[in-house]
Each structure stands twice: as structure tokens, then as C-alpha cells.
Design a protein. Structure first.
Length: 378
């Protein structure tokens, strides 16, 4: 019991940001080496009564913990973090909380692979949730692999500590990690969700909870470069989710190519007015002109979907067939996933009625080719 209390005390000390060292002796906690110097008596026997038998347990009561001061992960990248670990070879760095979602990016991993063979000593990473504190030094190569494993699993740290966390050989991380990851994002239906780092329409916990419960991968990204990189690795099609609070970072020309020329379905989460979402905000419906939707007409809730079907060009006109539909109300991830699957299947089931009047279907507009006609299945 005393040992448990001590370990809890150490854990709390580490989690609150210890900066130098902690020494435990005979149930006492010291935070200054001058208060206590280790002696041979620090290692002693304890008798624990269990039922009718006495069990003799040999306990090492003396231990030393060194911690790197707290780090602001939003100000550094994984390669810089690895360099910090390298500068403190005799320390154990304890993570109080997980790093921000999406912190380790695909391009970071391509660089981390170069460090795998380095045997230079560095600090070992230990989660703040771990009750075990490894005493052996780590290496730069081992911590690089630990970061790569975090990328593959989608969270960091990927286990309670970086000691004996994987059965894979180092060579696997050098030669096979990329094929493994590409296989994951191309297995089943994939949704790439561009979120705002600060605030988004759907809570991250809800996204993580739902992803994996179905044969679907929801991959979250937080900037334009990562969005474009991940989409470039998709072998078939993926549904692009864009949070309204991250819409300003999207390259509109890139999105137009993906949505119209390559027919990637797109969902804007946070606005239930489809015309505003895809014509005025994201500039996907460039072939549609008219007064912009302003003020109360913008439904700042729900989500909107777009799927380009085909285009018919004549001598001086252009006919576009696409699915453009809004879903007002509070965005629900289960409904968004269901709609996304239908979009990836060609849009079947998204047309409200089997018979649609010409007035409901046709919008007149000017296009790059003169006067054109746009057919929207609503």
C-alpha cells in the first residue's frame, strides 16, 4: 500500500511538471538531492501478508526521476520535439496530456524515417497515465519510431511509454509504413475532414468515437497543405469534409478542380444553405451567377453537399448536372457519414422526389461559354 501511495505521489509530481529530480526513500518524497543521499540501506526487504502466507518481496525504494520542462506543442513540430529529447539524454519526459490532434503529419514522418538508425541517447517519452517509469535511456531512433507509430495510430503517445511498444522491426518503419498507411486511408470509404485547430462544428471526440465503428476512416487535417497531401494519396475517391470555420484556408482553385473536374464529393459542415456554401463561400459553382446570399438567408447551421455528375457542352452553351442540397439543423456526424456514403455511391437516394418540375430543376446562368443551363438535382 505504501508503495502504491509513493508511486501515485511520483506520478502527480511528474504530471504537474517536475523540472529536476525526485528521490524516494523509506516512504518519503524528496525533491532536492541535497536533502538525501542514497545508501545501501535504501534497498530493503518487505513482508506482505496474503491470506495465511507471508510473501517476501524485495523492493527498491530509491529511484530518481528527471523531467524536461513542459512543452507547448503548438509552437513546435515533431522533428523539433525529437531534437529536444536529444538534448536531454538523462531525462524522462512525461506527457501530461496527448498532443494536439493532427500534430504529426505525413511529411513529418517522411523525415522521421531518416532518424531510425540513430543510436544517440535521448530522453524517453512516458505518458502521464503510466504507472511504470522506465529507467533505461532511449535513443533518437527509438523515439523517432515512437512518433511514427503515433502517426499510424492517429494519436500520440501511442502507448504508455516508448519502451517495448512494438513488435515490428525497425526496418518495417523504414520501408513499409507508407504502404501500410495508404492501405488504411484507401480501405472502405474515406472522409477527409478539414477542421479548425481552435474550434469546429463537430467535437473531435465525437469524430474519433464514430470513426472505426463502421468500415470508414475519418481522417482529420488542420491546414491546406495536409488536406492536399492526403487527397493526393487517395487511389479512388474520398469525400472532402470542410468545416465552415476552416473554409478560409482552402485553395478555391484546387477545390474546384477536385469537385468539378475530378468529381470528388464535397460537404461543407456548418451551413445549411447549399447555394451560399458552394457558390458564394467555396466558389465551386463558378458557372452560376446572381446576387450573393447575405444576412438572414445564410443558414449558419446544418451542412450542405455537392456532387458533380456531368457536363454537356454545345456551341454556345453549357449544361451542368450536379447534386446540390442543404441539410439545415444541428450537424450530426451519423447523418453526415450516411450522406457521404451515398455521394460516394453516385448520389443515389439524395434526390427528394422522383418527379421534379423544370422550374425546380433548372437555373439559368451565364457561363464561360455564353448562356448556359445548370441542372441541380435537389
Amino acid at each position: 500500500m505504501r508503495r502504491i501511495i509513493i508511486m501515485v505521489a511520483v506520478l502527480l509530481y511528474v504530471m504537474t511538471g517536475c523540472s529536476n529530480k525526485v528521490i524516494i526513500k523509506n516512504d518519503r518524497l524528496f525533491n532536492d538531492e541535497s536533502e538525501h543521499l542514497a545508501t545501501e540501506d535504501d534497498k530493503h526487504d518487505n513482508i506482505i501478508t496474503s491470506g495465511n502466507a507471508d510473501v517476501k518481496v524485495d523492493l527498491q525504494i530509491h529511484t530518481e526521476i528527471k523531467c524536461i520542462p513542459e512543452i507547448d506543442y503548438s509552437s513546435i513540430n515533431p522533428l523539433e520535439f525529437l531534437d529536444i529529447l536529444k538534448q536531454h539524454p538523462n531525462s524522462i519526459y512525461s506527457l501530461v496530456l496527448a498532443v494536439p490532434d493532427g500534430w504529426i503529419k505525413y511529411d513529418h514522418v517522411k523525415e522521421l524515417v531518416k532518424y531510425i538508425d540513430l543510436e544517440e541517447p535521448c530522453a524517453r517519452v512516458v505518458s502521464g497515465l503510466s504507472s511504470y517509469l522506465p529507467q533505461k535511456q532511449s535513443t533518437v531512433g527509438n523515439e523517432a519510431i515512437f512518433l511514427i507509430e503515433g502517426f499510424l495510430k492517429g494519436y500520440y503517445p501511442p502507448s504508455l511509454h516508448s519502451e517495448s511498444f512494438t513488435n515490428r522491426e525497425a526496418e518495417w518503419y523504414k520501408t513499409e509504413w507508407e504502404d501500410y498507411w495508404k492501405g488504411k486511408i484507401n480501405e472502405g470509404n474515406t472522409f477527409i475532414y478539414l477542421r479548425s485547430p481552435d474550434n469546429s462544428e463537430i467535437e473531435l471526440l465525437e469524430v474519433k468515437r464514430y470513426s472505426g465503428t463502421i468500415p470508414t476512416m475519418i481522417y482529420t487535417v488542420y491546414d491546406r497543405e495536409e488536406l492536399e497531401t492526403v487527397i493526393s494519396l487517395i487511389e479512388d475517391k474520398a469525400c472532402i469534409w470542410i468545416d465552415s470555420k476552416a473554409a478560409e484556408v482552402v485553395d478555391k482553385d484546387w477545390l474546384y478542380i477536385k469537385a468539378v473536374e475530378e468529381k470528388f464529393p464535397v460537404i461543407l459542415i456548418g451551413h445549411g444553405n447549399a447555394l451560399y456554401s458552394f457558390r458564394d463561400l467555396l466558389s465551386v459553382c463558378r458557372y452560376m451567377h446572381g446576387p450573393k446570399i447575405l444576412g438572414e438567408e445564410i443558414q449558419k447551421n446544418g451542412f450542405s453537399v455537392y456532387l458533380f455528375l456531368n457536363m454537356e457542352q454545345q456551341e454556345n452553351s453549357l449544361t451542368v448536372n450536379a447534386i446540390l442540397r442543404g441539410f439545415p439543423g444541428t450537424p450530426d456526424i451519423r447523418e453526415i457519414v450516411s450522406i457521404s456514403n451515398k455521394l460516394l455511391a453516385g448520389g443515389n437516394g439524395l434526390i427528394k422526389k422522383t418527379t421534379i418540375s423544370m422550374e425546380e430543376r433548372l437555373f439559368w446562368c451565364s457561363s464561360f461559354y455564353g448562356i448556359g443551363m445548370v441542372n441541380y438535382l435537389i
